[in-house]
Design a protein around this ligand. Structure first.
Ligand code: ACO
Length: 431
């Protein structure tokens, strides 16, 4: 981080304090206020981190106004068109694209870590069959820390690397197990002759009674979903992983915390909510009525899959997802899919409506990813699990970056206390 100039704060009665401004490679520079309290005796107030950079990072860059998303400097459009998910994983973790040899070794390592300890099956079986798969995933990913003691020393880079590999490799197996358990079907073991994504699909959809046939168009679509969800800088779940990890907690526990955060409907639960919303609207003729409700603050209704904290333009991932949506529906002969038509009608009306235009509310990735996943045969209750699987690499790359950062400290925000001032306790008989 280089410093190029200073920011001067005027406060109190004509007092001033100077702060360095740290230069970003691209995007806004930041005012380094670490010395603010020491210099002024005051904190900053920024609930929701609207103007606060919680760390420096070299992994992902978003320009929300221009609709740009870069992983390690590479545009998401190029990665989605030319790479597979494991190449993107390598890039996020290591900072550079793999050459052929590095790629082969990485794929081989991930492939050979896909099985989970056999005793893990009992953890799954301990849940009610009707448990939400995300509840199962939070619990079972946390439980991994009870199985892999040989990679829990966070101060050992080799332990950190092995834990990262284990998490990326085992998440598909565990997500598929959560699904199979919920369905009442037997768990399906990983197959090392298949690609990462094809293997995940066979663990989800194969049954012992018949052969599973891999459909390349569908595998490519799911692989693209994984790529588009792999990282997204300091969003709520990633910040949760960093904050949990800042105390020295083990990576399995930190990723379980990230999964818990992702579950919320304002974050990873949005594609499930977007699809439910489309089902609820039901018909193109009801779109106008629904939009009116979404604009009314008292209705408690939002247009799910619309709006984003950072993108104030079309989410670049939503464009790619819309393209994938066409491909999948064509491959499956579902060009006239009711919900897809409804989504397009809704998007068209919302993009022309003053309320959405003024507030810069555009479709986000979740608006279309639910339709694609539904066409792939993935039930809505599994959508956030799929998102967790894909985001695990981003979480673990950000966690690794934090631990290796010499400036890393335990995360400990301050507060504006506006409760009662000091007072004395009144005995119970006098209250
Ligand atoms: N429908 C209707 N109105 C909306 C919507 C929406 N989807 N999103 C925001 N608004 C309105 C707000 O009511 C607010 O209006 P106001 O200025 O008149 O008070 C204005 O637009 C700004 O919205 P904020 O809530 O301040 O924006 P914020 O950046 O805090 O929230 C969020 C972003 C949480 C994503 C929000 O847009 C939302 O809830 N969208 C629906 C859920 C969703 O799709 N989430 C997925 C996010 S992407 C992801 O996690 C992968």
């Amino acid at each position: 981080m280089s410093t190029n100039n200073k920011a001067v704060l005027t406060y109190g009665e004509g007092k001033t304090a100077e702060f360095p401004v740290l230069k970003a490679t691209i995007g806004p520079d930041v005012i380094d206020i670490r010395s603010l309290y020491g210099k002024t005796g005051q904190f900053t107030y920024d609930p929701g981190f609207l103007s606060t950079a919680s760390c420096s990072s070299k992994i992902t860059y978003i320009d929300g106004d221009e609709g740009v998303l870069l992983y390690r400097g590479y545009p998401i459009e190029q990665l989605a068109a030319k790479c597979d998910f494991l190449e993107v994983c390598y890039l996020l973790l290591n900072g550079e694209m793999p050459n052929q040899e590095q790629n082969k070794e990485f794929v081989n390592t991930i492939t050979r870590h896909t099985m989970v300890h056999d005793q893990m099956t009992r953890f799954f079986q301990g849940f009610r069959r009707d448990a939400h798969p995300m509840a199962v995933l939070v619990g079972t990913v946390g439980a991994l820390s009870a199985f892999y003691h040989d990679s829990l020393d966070i101060n050992n880079p080799e332990h950190r690397r092995v834990s990262a590999m284990r998490l990326i490799a085992k998440l598909p197996t565990m997500v598929a197990m959560a699904y199979k358990y919920n369905m009442g079907q037997p768990f399906v073991y990983p197959r090392n002759d298949l690609s990462y994504t094809a293997n995940f699909m066979q663990m989800m959809f194969a049954v012992p009674a018949e052969d599973y046939k891999v459909n390349d168009v569908l595998v490519r679509a799911l692989d693209r979903i994984f790529i588009l969800h792999a990282d997204h800088e300091q969003n709520a779940s990633t910040s949760t992983v960093r904050l949990s990890g800042s105390s020295g907690a083990n990576p399995f526990a930190c990723i379980a915390a990230g999964i818990a955060c992702l579950w919320g409907p304002a974050h990873g639960g949005a594609n499930e909510a977007a699809l439910n919303m489309l089902e609820q609207i039901g018909d193109v003729s009801k779109v106008g009525e629904f939009i009116t409700k979404a604009k009314d603050k008292n209705s408690g209704v939002k247009l799910m899959g619309f709006g984003h904290r950072v993108y104030k333009n079309y989410d670049p991932r939503a464009k790619l997802m819309r393209e994938t949506c066409y491909e999948v529906l064509n491959a499956l002969g579902l060009e006239n899919d009711r919900l897809f038509k409804l989504a397009m009608a809704l998007e068209k009306i919302a993009l022309e409506d003053d309320y959405f235009v003024q507030r810069k509310l555009y479709p986000n990735v979740d608006f279309y990813s639910g339709i694609v996943q539904r066409a792939l045969g993935i039930p809505t209750s599994m959508f956030t699990c799929i998102f967790s699987l894909a985001r695990t690499v981003g979480w673990i790359a950000q966690w690794q970056e934090m631990i290796a950062d010499p400036e890393y400290k335990i995360g400990r925000p301050r507060q504006l206390y506006d409760g009662a001032p000091r007072r004395d306790l009144v005995p119970m008989n006098k209250r």
